[in-house]
Ligand binder design. Structure first.
Ligand code: RIB
Ligand code: CA
Length: 311
């Protein structure tokens, strides 16, 4: 049975790669909806990007709904320095998408899909958690019906500040609502996504794949790698957002640890920090499975086979 998912994203190069993995016929996932949220760039731009990527992937039947334009409390802080002004710089995809969004707001579409389900839908956030928090607050009846929230965000260190990872930093109040909701959570933070590096030998292998999806993903990868290898000094681009999707396809490639995660929402310098308490550090109940390690060969084998599946 295909695992039913809602992908809530802020495309974003690595969000686009997560969509590629999720949409591949090779994999056992059924995309029920794609929802967008202000994050890497403003929600207008990243919604346009989500539609452009749906055109590329042939996702004609998957509803795309636009979501929150601002975090719950703080003002939006984008990441154009990583993804470019468009949020998807470096690609030659048609600027105007063919696909259109649905009229519903993302939060309402998430609520409708979850309420109408048998409790078998997993939400996969790869951007700030604003939409998920709003859905939980607007309709608490969805809480027992969300199978799992499998998210990219957080970590025991940060990339937007020394303490905070970008997706959590943009809307820590939303992250706090989600982490305290009681919904089963799998968190893929920087500790593991920084192990998913597109090194030059993997880039070489991917550049030999001759189909439009692989060519577009390589354009994204080349742009994204310039930032990670150039400005940030990595040995390859860290493809964060495909990690939670890869977990749903093959959980054996990750080692997870049961932990307590609390979100800092008040710290002057630590706002957005995911405080990861391991065994015995706190008497507060564990509330998440936290990804510690990634089997890189398994991850890239899946990523490359998925790219080839579009031939
Ligand atoms: O910190 C990495 C996360 O921030 C990824 O989801 C990337 O797309 C950006 O949104
Ligand atoms: Ca993202």
């Amino acid at each position: 049975m295909n695992r039913r998912i809602i992908l809530d994203c802020d495309p974003g190069h690595d969000d686009a790669m997560a969509m590629m993995l999720a949409a591949s016929k090779l994999n056992n996932l059924k995309l029920e909806a794609i929802t967008t949220v202000a994050g890497n760039v403003d929600v207008e731009k990243n919604t346009n990007n989500a539609l452009r990527i749906c055109d590329l992937l042939g996702l004609n039947d998957v509803p795309v709904a636009k979501g929150a334009a601002q975090p719950l409390i703080r003002k939006m802080k984008a990441a154009a320095h990583v993804h470019g002004q468009s949020g998807l710089d470096g690609t030659t995809l048609p600027v105007e998408p063919f696909k259109q969004i649905v009229k519903q707001h993302a939060v309402d579409l998430i609520i409708e899909k979850i309420i109408d389900s048998d409790g078998d839908i997993t939400i996969v956030p790869t951007g700030p958690l604003t939409n998920i928090a709003l859905a939980i607050r607007k309709e608490p009846k969805i809480i027992p019906k969300i199978k799992e929230i499998v998210l990219m965000g957080g970590g025991t260190y940060g990339n937007r500040t020394p303490a905070a990872e970008f997706n959590i930093y943009v809307d820590a109040e939303a992250a706090k609502i989600v982490l305290e909701s009681g919904v089963p959570i799998e968190m893929f933070g920087l500790d593991v996504t920084h192990q998913a590096l597109a090194t030059s030998d993997r880039m070489m292998e991917m550049s030999a794949i001759n189909n439009p999806v692989a060519k577009a993903v390589m354009q994204m990868m080349n742009f994204y790698s310039q930032i990670y290898q150039g400005k940030l000094g990595f040995t390859g681009a860290a493809v964060h957002d495909p990690c939670p999707v890869a977990y749903l396809i093959d959980p054996t490639m990750f080692e997870m640890e049961r932990v307590r995660i609390d979100i800092e929402t008040k710290g002057e310098f630590t706002y957005g920090m995911t405080c990861v308490y391991t065994n015995g550090m706190t008497d507060r109940e564990p509330n998440a499975n936290f990804a510690r390690t990634l089997n890189q060969d398994k991850f890239w084998d899946l990523f490359i086979r998925s790219l080839k599946s579009y031939s």
